[in-house]
Write a protein that binds this ligand. Sequence first.
Ligand code: G3I
Length: 347
Amino acid sequence: MATTLMLNASPAWAQSPAARPLQELAAQRGLLIGAAAAPRPLLDDQRYAAVLAREFSIVTPENALKWPWVQPDPGRFTWQDADAIVHFAVAHGQKVRAHTALWHLAVPAWIVDGRYDTVALQSIVQQHMRAVAQRYAGQLTYWDVVNEAVADDGRLRDTLWLRKLGRDYIAQAFTWAHQAAPNVKLVYNDYGAEEPNAKSDAIYALVRSLKARRVPIAAVGFQMHLGPRRLDPQKLYANFQRFARLGVELHVTEMDLPLGKLEGTPEQRLAEQARRIRAVIDVCLAVPAVKVIQFWGVDDNHSWLNREKQQSPLLFDTRYQPKPAYWAVAEALTRHHAAADDPEAGN
Ligand code: G3I
């Protein structure tokens, strides 16, 4: 079993930079706030572990529960990376989002090349889901069951799952996941659907139809990988509102915002990043159906976007120092809390 790092000591760098950690501020607004995590820095770098434990109340294994990590060969399950993250989260009282069961990426070669027929693949998927559910019984709160199944034009994405399992595979996947893990809230997760557009219209129609058929879907995840174009808060709000009316929770699952082509001095770019992230948080706080806000990583050094240097897309810099975006999130959560207590405050 992987070592679970417990954090008892509170060296100076482990003190909360805000008066109170983000997770406390978020809890007062009825929100979970979280990050994706990777096993290496978690086990090797106490600073990473300290920030994750202190600031966040929900953790997604960034890769460790993807198919190639869990079942790299048929029937051979490998859990050490996922165990490290899930055990850490549980030991620190954090919730866990499993990510992800059916995605067109991160499919192991044995499935891609396997020439399984529909019935055989159905059974493989169900077995895989049962294995994940059993391994982490009682430890998962959410599960991104289907990831990125809709294309930008609104059609179902042409994936191995669609081709081999058939057009109803999304409903089937939720049903199988529910059978395997009846107490876990199941999520459809996608990117580029934050504003009303062809893709979000299609996801909306998909979720509406799943709900109408009583398929056990509990939440829609909006990944929120923010690009150079500024997201329109009005459009985000309108989109969130229509999804909320379907009776699902709304989650921000993978937020990050690379500095990319933002203009100005380094300080100005960081300030613009903070403003844009703040705008998203403000919309989230205005929509009660939003229950979870997660960033796609803890610190800039371990972001998937850091493969290109200096994209600096997260709340903490490469030395685990809080950035302007961190303060913007803390302030948004605090201000809204004050406003909730006292209608005069926050005006
Ligand atoms: O762990 C291996 C390592 O052993 C090997 O030496 C190295 C060589 O390339 O690869 C390492 O694995 C990489 C892994 O990240 C860990 O760093 C994979 O090649 C790489 O493909 C993988 O990328 C991940 C990507 O999904 C594909 O699974 C990113 O970290 C992860 O941030 C990204 O996350 C996705 C979400 O799951 C879904 N939404 C979009 C998001 C960003 O693309």
